[in-house]
Design a protein around this ligand. Sequence first.
Ligand code: GLV
Ligand code: MG
Length: 337
Amino acid sequence: MTDHIRSSSSVADDAATRIADLRSRPRRTVLAVPGSSVKMIAKAKGLPVDEAFLDLEDAVAGPAKIEARSNVVDALVSGGFTAQTVVVRVNAWNTEYTVGDVTEVVGRAGAHLDALLLPKVRSASEVVALDLVLSQVEKSAGLPVGYIGIEPQIEDALGLTNINEIATASPRVLTLVFGPADFMASIGMRTLTVGEQPDGYAPGDAYHHVLMSILVAARAHGLQAIDGPFLKVRDEEGFRRAAARTAALGFDGKWVLHPAQVDAGNEVFSPRQEEFDKAEGILATYAHSTSVEGGARGAVMFGDEMLDEASRKMALVVSARGRAAGMTVSSQGSADA
Ligand code: GLV
Ligand code: MG
């Protein structure tokens, strides 16, 4: 069946299903790849990250921006990414490039693309504008309308202030992504090192309010929350420390800039084996005890902890993340259950 003879409601249903699939994919590691570097794109294809994004924005110098579009199109069309989700970061609306980026990349390679990452989003209207342009380009390229997602990046005080409107500006929105470098610059934070705490602010986490605001808005609207880069790429311990903080809050993943950050990112944003085993144990115990055969009990002991319906919800989160990461219950876990 071709798109033009399908009813518009079935196309819309398909788009909703596609967007739901994109929203549920793992994004423990999101690899940033400069679109101007054919060499780095080739290397990126083999890296075991969950999402890779080809950058047309801040990792590409002004004079290389136009040529980078062709590199990105060629890379998408030739395929071969290990990453399950492939995204392109277009330039922000305050440049002269956004419409051209979308037209070139989606027009020529939209069938090979999952989403566009939109940087420096300050208001819902920027997401609406991208949605409208995307719909036109999808139509003129013969692509189904609404299949390409949008990942808005929150990078300044105004964007954070408008975060709930941004999150709900289009059905295409998949995630909310933190841009710490631009954000720190926008609020005047006194540091030049992205990902580390500013000197003089200890103890405590100077990003806590921003991170929690992004996370709460994402969860309020059924989206994923993604942390941005840690720029000292050779400092694996520092990367782990920063990633562990946002993973502990509940973020789904973090950008990685270098192969050395990939394994650490995948590990930190997956549940630990004993956590996964425990979650699966809680789900099995709770399912049994609340069933008629198990006595229809709503509160039940699991080891020395009392479980109820809220415990089941917490366990579901860990279980879903573990399963998405390909985990199974260990023999030790099944022995304990
Ligand atoms: C990423 O875009 C950042 O500004 O940190
Ligand atoms: Mg930025």
